[in-house]
Design a protein around this ligand. Structure first.
Ligand SMILES: NC(=O)C1=CN([C@@H]2O[C@H](COP(=O)(O)OP(=O)(O)OC[C@H]3O[C@@H](n4cnc5c(N)ncnc54)[C@H](O)[C@@H]3O)[C@@H](O)[C@H]2O)C=CC1
Ligand SMILES: O=C(O)C(=O)COP(=O)(O)O
Length: 587
């Protein structure tokens, strides 16, 4: 398995701790200088819980076993989810903490075939190391067009007049509408959909203002919309169109208080999320005439209750969450999400990841061997710890000739965490949950960058990575630096991670297979003695390196071994008279 796969994969899925360790070793043994797609053990399984376009299903089927189970009850979803590596939903399925817990150990990816991820418990997904990806662009135009459709049909009473005529009533005076041209439209949330609505509304001759605390003013200006405060937007508007996400900050922002600030006779369109409006307050505002009309595609509870006063209100136009429902958008969304989910299952970092850092493919490819080095140094360091003190302080020192802005250390930090946590716990760690896991375990991971002033070295992103564990005892005193920390340092040579420093000793051993560290009195014949014992037991030595502080004083021997020596062999090595201590470390 490649380094990129290690970032998101769950080596423990359905495996015993021993199997997980074996899988982990297999992964680490894979070449790390490129990011090939490792042959999957078996086809991953994907559960599609809501209607997805055929083109997307085709993309999924080429890579995975796909089960479409539309219209499942929450209980059915809970019962099924643990059999799948990925789950794809739209807005109709609640991916709760319970669902994510039920999927723990196998479920690696949740794909939201659309924009809004308010139906996915992101915190629970992050804690479970489950990547959430969405399809943020393919339905933008559809949602904007639906907003315009609702705006125009509301202004001209299209749905009410249609219903009346079909009921045999020809009511031309009752359904006199209002014009759009020259009216002020306030766009609340000037993101992808909001800005497309603005563009179209300008074409209808409307004066467009917008409120979005995070949108760049020049983007709005380029479209001919003016960014204003919330108060100004709601006070000046004849029409208000909602396009912000549902978050704790936007929940019920349209309430009695904000309706009171609006012009009497204002008209409201909502194709964002029902929850941004206090629906009872909207009914009151409609009844009082403060709000003349509303056009709603989304509701706090979907579907809304059959006797909902809001839905049945004669001044309200409703559609059943159809914003994204065009043939074109659904095809686009299906392909967008299928590609994101397949990529994520392959271990790539999806560009539409919602709960993980987005790392461009070229950066990932360049960092791949360092990602592997970071994890191995973490694994080595933790296996050197003794005693009950527990690890608290971890320092990762990156030496690089690159500008600090050119070095994304989030992956490396995550992999050091993975290396430290996985050998000593049943938690699997990946890029999604590394920081959360570290925090949970009380691990403080400090990072330091040391600049390396050799310009030629800027070719490679890093000169070395050092992992230091402070305030811990070690089972191998030779790994303790003069400052009292466990210290291991490594570098990448010819694409392969190497261990280059242990405590105060310089060594050079490739980090493949397993490692024996011995501390001995520096004297001739030591390499031969240890090599002989290993040879007699058929343990292949892949690398050997000796480092010492001063001639004739202590030295350490770092021996890379392909196989794990049995206990007897290790004891024999320990009994060589000049050997003061030794430790066997699994990579
Ligand atoms: N009805 C439907 O079928 C569809 C609904 N949507 C919904 O439309 C909304 C917007 O989608 P996109 O434009 O794609 O998202 P986006 O992320 O591109 O835009 C959202 C904008 O809201 C802004 N925002 C955040 N907090 C705000 C606040 N307190 N006040 C004002 N603005 C705030 C953000 O800065 C951002 O610019 C989402 O809620 C999405 O779920 C999207 C597609 C289809
Ligand atoms: O993309 C969004 O945010 C939407 O609201 C579309 O929802 P849907 O996929 O049609 O259930």
């Amino acid at each position: 398995m490649s380094a990129s796969r290690a970032l998101l994969s769950n080596p423990q899925a359905g495996a015993s701790p021993t199997m997980a360790r074996a899988a982990s070793r297999a992964r680490l043994a894979a070449p790390s200088s490129s990011i090939p797609f490792a042959a999957p053990r078996a086809k991953p399984a994907v559960l599609v819980a809501e209607k997805l376009g055929e083109a997307g299903l085709e993309v999924l089927r080429q890579f995975a076993d796909v089960e479409c189970a539309y219209g499942m009850s929450p209980a059915e979803l809970l019962a099924k989810v643990s059999q799948f590596d990925a789950l794809i939903v739209r807005s109709g399925t609640k991916v709760t903490r319970e669902v994510l817990e039920a999927g723990r150990g196998r479920l690696r990816v949740v794909g939201r075939a659309g924009v809004g991820i308010d139906n996915v418990d992101l915190q629970a997904a992050t804690e479970a190391g489950c990547l959430v990806v969405n399809a943020p662009t393919a339905n933008t135009v559809a949602a904007a067009e639906h907003g315009i459709a609702l705006l125009a049909s509301m202004a001209r009473n299209v749905s009410q007049a249609d219903a009346a005529l079909k009921a045999g009533k020809w009511q031309r005076t009752k359904y006199v509408g209002v014009s759009l041209v020259g009216k002020t439209l306030a766009i609340m949330g000037f993101g992808k959909v909001g800005s497309e609505v603005a563009r179209r509304a300008k074409g209808l001759g409307m004066h467009v203002i917008a409120h979005d605390p995070y949108a760049p003013a020049d983007k709005a200006r380029a479209i001919g919309a003016e960014l204003v405060s919330f108060e100004e937007a709601v006070a000046k508007a004849d029409f208000i169109s909602l396009h912000m996400p549902l978050t704790p900050a936007t929940s019920k922002v349209f309430n009695d208080e904000s309706f009171a600030k609006m012009k009497t006779g204002v008209r409201i369109i909502n194709v964002a999320r029902g929850g941004v409006i206090d629906e009872d307050a909207l009914v009151r505002a409609l009844d009082s005439g403060k709000v003349a009309q509303a056009a709603l595609d989304v509701f706090t509870v979907e579907p809304p209750p059959k006797d909902s006063k809001l839905v049945l209100h004669e001044n309200v136009t409703v559609t059943p969450h159809l914003g994204a429902s065009t043939v074109e958008a659904q095809e686009g969304v299906a392909i967008e999400i299928a590609e994101a989910v397949v990529g994520a299952l392959r271990g790539e970092l999806a560009a539409t990841a919602v709960n993980a850092p987005m790392v461009p493919a070229e950066v990932l490819s360049e960092l791949a061997p360092y990602v592997s080095l970071a994890e191995k140094l973490g694994r080595l360091a933790v296996q050197l710890v003794a005693g009950e003190s527990g690890i608290k302080g971890v320092k990762v020192v990156y030496t690089s000739a690159r500008d600090p802005d050119d070095l994304d250390t989030r992956l490396l930090r995550a992999m050091v965490t993975k290396g430290i946590v996985e050998p000593v716990s049943s938690t699997f760690v990946n890029l999604v949950n590394a920081d959360y896991t570290a925090k949970q375990r009380g691990l403080r991971i400090a990072e330091e960058r040391v600049s390396h002033d050799n310009a030629a070295a800027a070719e490679s992103p890093l000169e070395s990575i050092q992992v230091r564990l402070s305030n811990v005892q070690s089972k191998f005193a030779g790994a303790i630096s003069t400052g009292g920390d466990i210290v291991v340092t490594g570098r990448v040579k010819y694409g392969i991670p190497h261990l280059t420093v242990v405590g105060p000793y310089e060594v050079d051993v490739s980090l493949e297979g397993n490692l024996i560290l011995c501390r001995q009195i520096d004297q001739p014949g030591m390499i031969g003695k240890v090599g002989n014992i290993l040879g007699q037991r058929n343990v292949n030595v892949s690398f050997m390196s000796v480092g010492r502080t001063f001639r004739g004083k202590q030295a350490i021997m770092a021996i890379g071994v392909d196989e794990e020596p049995d206990k007897e062999t290790l004891e024999k090595i320990g009994k060589i008279p000049a050997i003061e201590e030794f430790v066997f470390l699994e990579l």
